[in-house]
Every structure is written in C-alpha cells, then in structure tokens.
Design a protein around this ligand. Sequence first.
Ligand code: DAH
Length: 341
Amino acid sequence: MKEELQALKEQALAELETVASVDALKDLRVKYLGKKGQMTDILRGMGSLPAEERPKVGQMVNEVKKVLEEAIAAKTEVLEAEALKQRLASEKVDITLPGRKPQCGHLHPITLTMREIKKIFMRMGFEVMEGPEIESDYYNFEALNLPKDHPARDMQDTFYITEEFLLRTQTSPMQARKMQASVPDSPIRMISPGTVYRNDYDATHSPMFHQVEGLVLGKDISLADLKGTLETFCKEMFGSSVSIRLRPSYFPFTEPSAEVDISCVICGGKGCRVCKNSGWLEILGSGMVHPNVLRMSGYDPDKTSGYAFGMGVERIAMLKYGIDDLRLFFENDLRFIRQFK
Ligand code: DAH
C-alpha cells in the first residue's frame, strides 16, 4: 500500500507539470484527491492491513495529501498569474471612446407641481403637515360640519373601508387634526398636501388624485387675508399677469364660501375653448372657517377666526402645462412623462 501511495504521488506530480490551465488543474485534483478519486480507492485497502501498520500508513496518506494539495495550490497561483498577464496584454481600453450616459430618472409632473405649491406657501410662512390616507368618517366628514346623512356628502363619492373608516376624499380632515393638536385658539398657518380618493373616472377625474389643503386661524383674520394670500399664490404659480375673482359657493365647513377663479392662462381672459369662453378658470375652493368646525375642535369662534382653502393638484398641473386629459398623469406612458424632465 505504501508503494501504491508513493506511485500515486509521483504520477500526480508528474501530471501536474504538464497541466496548462486552471480548469485542467481542477480535473486533476478531482482525479487524485476527489471523493471518487484514486486516493479513495487506495484507502479502501486500509481495512485489510495489520493493526500496527495502520497508523504509519495513515501518516503517509496525510503526507501525500499535503504534498499534492500544496503543489496544486502553487500551480494554481502560477496559472492564474499567467492568465491575468495574457488578458492584460490582449485587452486594450480605448480611453478616447465617449462615455455611457447612465439612465437617469426624474420627478413626476404631479410631484413637481406639488413641490412648487409647497414652496410658494412655505415662503409665506406656512407649515406643511401630512396626514393619514385611511381616515375616519369623523375627521373626513363629521368634524368638518358634515354629519351622517348630510346631503353634501353626496358631492364626494366615497370609498368606505368599514362604516367607520374610509379612504379620505379630501385633505380637509387635517384642519380638525391640526386644531385638536394645538393649544385652543393658538394661531395656525398650515398647508396639508396629499393623496385623496373618490369613485370617479373620466377626462378630469381619477379615483386617486392629489390635493393641498390650507388653514389659517388667528385673531381677526378676514376674507381680505384669504383673498390677498390666494392672489399671491396664483400670481406666483401662473405668472404675475393673472388676476383672480371670488365667486360665492357652498362648502359645509366654510361660511361664507367662495370658489376662486383665475383669468384664463390660455387666452388671457378673452375667452377660448379651455375657459369655455368665460375668460375664467376655476382652481380652488375656499371660505371663512365655519364656527361649528372651530367649536368641534376646541377653538372659540368668538376669539378665533380664519380661512381655509383646498385645491386639486392635477387641475393646477393641467392648467400650468396645458394638459387636457387628467388620466395621462397615471397611465405611465413614458412619451408623456418624459416631457417633464
Ligand atoms: N375639500 C374641498 C373639496 O375637496 C375643497 C375645499 C373647499 C377645501 C373649501 C376647503 C375649503 O378648505 O374651505 O372639494
């Protein structure tokens, strides 16, 4: 058996000399030292050796294994170094080739519009607050002076989750949340941007869309403040040449309520298809916060007054960029989206 081991060692070492690739080296290792290799064959004979011989042969087995492993490792290093040298010699890098531009994404037009709205209000000292999209019936409706069975609930086709919870139809619930989180009658000047949901789908409605709510409360805040602030916003957003007008309207959470229109950004007010020849475009709802809304959230209408407003971000983006179908925003057609790079 000793001779067999000796022969195996010599044969393996001789073969090693002739090996010329890392792959062939792996094969050689398997052939001699692998589980089904020659060494294993020899070891099968161990059982028939006299007991005193076994340790000696065992020792020799280990020595042969060690010699072969080391020789294979050394050869691997040599072959790998050679392969690397060859590759370096044959591969040439042309540093004069133009670089590859990484594909770079960009912000969605709704995000861009949202950011611009936020920026304008932040410059006027508004704080920005976000709230939950799964909202309670209480905050979405009741705390805004819209009790159960109020007919004005029909204006907002609502996705209910349970009787008590729903997908918010507006960002207005943040009015009540903000008041309740504040010391009663302390001043508030905030906007709340976010996603809202309604069961509508056509060229100007999507079941998922975005709003920015605004709330300003304090001592002696008047309709003049509302008009001045929203006029400033509209001029910043659409250009200093636009004018605004307030039209009486109805919202349950404000009294009086007003719809704010801007002079048509397409025709400048002369009348066109977009403004339906009226010269005006409706862009947001607003009003003086209803005393009930103040009272329900712990504010005292005798001490505090203020205004609120809410705008649809898609509508503003459509007017700003001249887009005639709201669904384009969410169809993910890159030919559309890439125009806003
Ligand atoms: N939440 C209203 C809507 O979605 C918009 C709105 C109107 C908000 C008047 C207000 C407001 O805060 O005062 O139609």
